[in-house]
Design a protein around this ligand. Structure first.
Ligand SMILES: Nc1ncnc2c1ncn2[C@@H]1O[C@H](COP(=O)(O)OP(=O)(O)OP(=O)(O)O)[C@@H](O)[C@H]1O
Ligand SMILES: [Mg+2]
Length: 398
């Protein structure tokens, strides 16, 4: 059918034609934002989930929700060398300048701006001119200790916002990429914000290691954040995510065809978009999308996935890491793996294997859902490993 009217949108952070199955999280977000606006305390939120489940999309929708309710927002996608201080300094500067001018030099906004200028001094990076000239405000956010300075700065920003009956929401995607010290400082700062009941909220998203990571850094993290899980879609939601967008384009798909796609994708949102997009293209104009077409499309969808979604992860691996993942795929049964099982099949000491495992965790390819076990962060990666390396490598160089 007409590729221009193809409703599906496989991609990273690309909004789907229909966002299904996330009503509860959006409701939770709405309650959080409204409570903060009403001056009540509420746990901040960290969305967690595997690759391609829709965390970025959801974070975008939550940001829109917050904006509509009147929040001033900052959105940041963390990368492997992101620094909390740098992006916050840039985002907060804008917010403080708005607060400062909106209220004809309200004292607190001015004070926070000066503290921000001090804070930037401790980062030793250039984040642009501040656009204010005033006597330095010594002793605020300038100690060089990130935890202390960030906390002080964010409290001042919170007070400035409170004074003008405004609220600030900070959104951070891929939050697990921050160095431990940086993430710890952020958690600490929000702990203080929550204790002080200031109108500020943090909404993060990242891999399912987040609760464990945050808890390890600050034991109170689990009381500070809610960690809603963004998971696979139910059969019913997956069918809806396919049927409704197609109907909106005045085309048709049979329920069986949609169910076959659900089976093949296990309900993973990204895969649903890929299959949807492909079957749309392969169906002749005016015909109903049938399960036959889904079967025909499957081979080419898998080739496409192998060349893009899976490949970008695979190409960043060393040969030892690839071998490790291939062995992992060999014993994988859809549930987390224990190190003893790897030792048994790979015939190597657990020390050697643990080293590779740590590197793979750092790259975000595997993660530990619980102590003592590990799993793939990318859905269906085990099948990909078996396709790309059909035979178990004899050479067990990890
Ligand atoms: N609820 C949903 N229903 C249908 N499709 C969805 C849904 N949520 C996301 N998608 C689609 O899934 C794909 C992946 O979404 P997104 O990039 O937000 O995932 P992610 O969890 O951030 O992935 P990653 O961990 O790789 O960053 C996009 O193509 C998006 O359109
Ligand atoms: Mg994402």
């Amino acid at each position: 059918m007409d590729p221009v009217r193809n409703p599906f949108s496989p991609g990273a952070g690309t909004p789907p034609p229909m966002l299904v199955g996330r009503e509860e999280i959006l409701m939770q977000g709405d309650i959080l934002f409204r409570r903060i606006l009403a001056g009540r305390s509420e746990k901040s939120m960290m969305l967690t989930g595997l690759r391609g489940v829709g965390k970025t999309v959801l974070l975008g929708v939550l940001e829109r929700q917050a904006k509509e309710l009147g929040f001033m927002t900052i959105f940041h996608e963390a990368g492997e060398d992101s620094r909390v201080g740098v992006f916050l300094a840039q985002g907060l500067r804008k917010i403080l300048l708005t607060l400062d001018s909106a209220a004809s030099m309200k004292k607190r906004a001015r004070k926070a701006l000066l503290a921000l200028r001090n804070f930037v001094g401790t980062l030793r990076v250039n984040v642009g001119e501040f656009g204010i000239s005033a006597e330095p405000l010594l002793g605020y956010a300038d100690s060089g200790n990130l935890e202390a300075d960030l906390t002080e700065l964010l409290v001042l920003v919170g007070e400035a916002a409170q004074e003008q009956r405004k609220a600030v929401a900070i959104f951070i995607d891929e939050i697990q990429y921050f160095e431990k010290e940086e993430f710890g400082a952020l958690i600490m700062a929000f702990h203080r914000i929550q204790q002080r009941n200031l109108p500020m909220v943090l909404v993060g998203a990242g891999l399912p290691i987040l609760p464990a990571l945050a808890g390890e850094l600050k034991s109170y993290a689990e009381r500070l954040f809610a960690f809603p899980n963004v998971g696979t879609l139910t059969r019913e939601d997956a069918v809806k995510a396919l049927v409704v967008p197609i109907q909106k384009e005045s085309a048709e798909i049979t329920v069986e065809a949609a169910e076959v796609i659900y089976e093949k994708t296990s309900g993973y949102p990204y895969f649903i978009q890929e299959w949807g997009s492909r079957v749309w293209i392969m169906t002749p104009n005016g015909e109903k999308i049938s399960s036959d077409i889904v079967e025909q499309a499957t081979e080419s969808v898998i080739v496409r996935l192998d060349e893009s979604f899976f490949r970008v992860r695979y190409d960043r691996l060393t040969s030892g890491e690839k071998v490790f993942l291939r062995y992992m795929a060999e014993i994988y049964q859809g549930v987390p793996i224990k190190m003893e099982e790897m030792v048994k099949i790979a015939g190597k000491k657990s020390g050697t294997l643990s080293q590779v495992k740590r590197l793979l965790e750092k790259k975000g390819v595997i993660y530990a859902p619980r102590y003592g076990v590990f799993d793939f962060t990318v859905p269906l990666f085990d099948a990909f490993m078996r396709r790309v390396m059909p035979k178990l490598p004899e050479n067990r160089k990890f």
